[in-house]
Structure formats: structure tokens, C-alpha cells
Design a binder for this molecule. Structure first.
Ligand SMILES: NC(=O)c1ccc[n+]([C@@H]2O[C@H](COP(=O)([O-])OP(=O)(O)OC[C@H]3O[C@@H](n4cnc5c(N)ncnc54)[C@H](O)[C@@H]3O)[C@@H](O)[C@H]2O)c1
Length: 287
């Protein structure tokens, strides 16, 4: 996708962080936008910036994208308004630290639903729309460097992001086989300063049980502190808009933002093919 003007972007998680700056980037390039997020008041602010300040045409849909019907409804509203979707950005996501013997199953279900299944729900619906349009389409799934390398302390995040990367790669093959004019992309950033450590603010009711003592435990509180530390010490977000649109223009599949982590990707692949095993010391000096 080289010419973004008048193309329609459907983007989840548009109220904060990556979603907000990517949506604003689309507006600056003349795109029409469907902005989706669970955080209605914050989404309203993004919507106002995009329509009033940047002069773009947009709709906003407050939705919990872990719920299939909500995704359905958001896509329907987009089609009713714009009649097409050219760029799907599956960005909404959360981070949940917590070791496997501590993190409750409901948190596993939550993270798999938001980081993986919300992407599945949108792709199930948008790919047939793109195929029918017979125009070029792009789909960008926001995964993470945590979908390419493993680290201690957040197995649920790794599981959801490895799944997102694998699903995106496998779908790219399937689309090539049917000669679809749809390009897939997967974004795998390292730590960037966003609101990601405020994940608790976006916990849907169906994944909530305040009576579970886990949410008062030291393990939980330490996890929250860890998330805050790594995100607030991440890279500033200001380069992300340019990185994403340049990658779409260049039709890159893997969108990486932190080259300093590339040796970790190579180490993992070498470990697999050379009969190695995870060694926690690989993370010394990194996290
Ligand atoms: N910030 C980082 O360091 C980093 C690194 C790698 C990957 N990522 C990924 O980037 C994506 C965006 O995260 P971010 O860092 O901008 O964080 P963020 O918290 O600033 O933004 C995430 C957005 O998703 C929305 N959201 C959460 N649950 C939702 C739900 N159920 N339905 C609809 N919207 C929901 C939130 O309201 C928020 O607007 C995530 O998938 C995250 O895993 C972030």
C-alpha cells in the first residue's frame, strides 16, 4: 500500500499508545478511519484529534474486542459508513506479568482473547470483505518482540504473541496460495513508552474477580511494578508512526523497532537447531 489517501483503516486499541499514533498517522495521510477501543472516554479524545484537528473522516466504536459480537458490530458499522476496509490494524492488547503457577486461568483467558482471538475475529470477517472488494488490502497484526524471543516472568504474554506471529505467518501462506491481493504484516516492537502498564484499567467484567486473593498478592504487585518499569523505560513513541507507514510502503512483513534485540532472535533460532535449551543468563544485562 503506497497511496493511503482515501483508503479506509480499521484499527483496534486506537485510544492510547501505538493505536493512537498510528490512527493519527493515517489521518495525516488522508485516510478514513474506524477507531475501535474499550476505553470510550479516551477514544473520544483520539476521535476529536483525528476529525477536528487533523480534518479526517472517522467513526468511533466503543467495543470490547474480546467479544466476537462486538467485533462483528464494529466491522458492520465501518462497512455501513465507508463501504470498504483497506487496512486492518489489529493492535489492541494487554500485558500480564505472572509466572505460570501464580497467574489465574481467567487472566490467561483474558490475554489470549485480547492478544490473539481479537485478531482472529477481525481477520475472519475482514479477509472475505477484502477478497470481495478486488482491491489491494493490508493487514497488520501488532504482536511483540515477545512473539519472537522468550524471557522470564510473563509466559502468558509470550504465548499470546508467539501465537499472533505464527498465525500471521501461516495466513500469509494461505493468502499467497489463493493469489489474494492482501499483504500481511506483523509488528514486533521492543519496549516503548505507552500506557501498556495500565492494563488493569481495561479489564472486561467477564475476566474480573476482585475476591481472588491473587490480586492482593506480592506476586501480582511485583508484576505490576515490573510492567511499569519496563514500559516507562522503553523507547519514546515518537518514531512509531513513521516506522509503521514506511514499513507498509515498503511492504515489509516483519516490522521490528529495536535492532538491539536482533541477536536474541538469532540466539533462539541457533539454540533450536543446535539442540540448545533456554538459559536464563542470556537475559543478563537486558532485563
Ligand atoms: N508498549 C510496548 O512496549 C509494546 C511492545 C510490544 C508490543 N506491544 C503491543 O502493542 C499493542 C498496543 O499496546 P500499547 O503499548 O500501545 O498499549 P496501550 O495500553 O497504550 O494501548 C492498548 C489499547 O488497547 C485497548 N484495549 C485493551 N483491551 C481492549 C479490549 N478488550 N477491547 C478493545 N480495546 C482494548 C486499550 O484501551 C488501549 O487503548 C499491544 O498489542 C501490545 O501488546 C507494546
Amino acid at each position: 500500500m503506497k497511496d493511503f489517501k482515501n483508503k479506509v483503516m480499521f484499527i483496534t486499541g486506537a485510544a492510547h499508545g501505538f493505536g493512537q499514533v498510528i490512527a493519527e498517522g493515517g489521518a495525516k495521510r488522508g485516510m478514513r478511519l474506524a477507531l475501535v477501543d474499550i476505553d470510550g472516554p479516551a477514544l473520544e479524545k483520539t476521535y476529536k484529534t483525528i476529525t477536528d484537528d487533523l480534518g479526517a473522516e472517522a467513526i468511533m466504536v466503543t467495543a470490547d474486542v474480546t467479544v466476537e459480537d462486538n467485533v462483528d458490530n464494529a466491522i458492520q458499522q465501518t462497512m455501513d459508513k465507508f463501504g470498504q476496509i483497506d487496512l486492518l490494524i489489529n493492535n489492541a492488547g494487554i500485558a500480564l506479568p505472572g509466572r505460570i503457577w501464580e497467574l489465574p486461568s481467567r487472566d490467561w483467558e483474558w490475554i489470549m482473547h485480547i492478544n490473539l482471538m481479537s485478531q482472529v475475529y477481525a481477520m475472519q470477517r475482514v479477509i472475505p470483505i477484502m477478497l470481495k472488494q478486488k482491491t489491494h488490502g493490508d493487514i497488520l497484526n501488532v504482536a511483540s518482540i515477545a512473539g519472537l524471543v522468550d524471557t522470564p516472568g510473563m509466559p502468558s504474554y509470550h504465548a499470546s504473541k508467539f501465537a499472533s506471529v505464527g498465525m500471521t505467518e501461516a495466513t500469509a501462506y494461505d493468502l499467497q496460495r489463493i493469489k489474494a491481493d492482501i499483504d500481511m504484516h506483523v509488528m514486533c516492537p521492543g519496549f516503548v513508552q505507552t500506557d501498556l502498564y495500565h492494563t488493569e484499567n481495561h479489564r472486561p467484567e467477564q475476566y474480573s474477580d476482585p475476591s481472588d486473593p491473587y490480586y492482593q498478592s506480592e506476586a501480582y504487585l511485583k508484576g505490576q511494578q515490573f510492567a511499569k518499569y519496563v514500559i516507562t523505560n522503553g523507547k519514546p513513541i515518537d518514531t512509531i508512526e513513521e516506522t509503521v507507514f514506511k514499513a507498509l510502503e515498503d511492504n515489509r512483513f516483519y516490522i521490528l523497532t529495536h535492532p538491539e534485540f536482533n541477536p536474541l532472535i538469532s540466539d533462539r533460532v541457533n539454540r533450536i537447531v543446535n539442540d540448545g535449551k533456554p538459559d536464563v543468563h542470556i537475559m543478563d544485562g537486558i532485563m
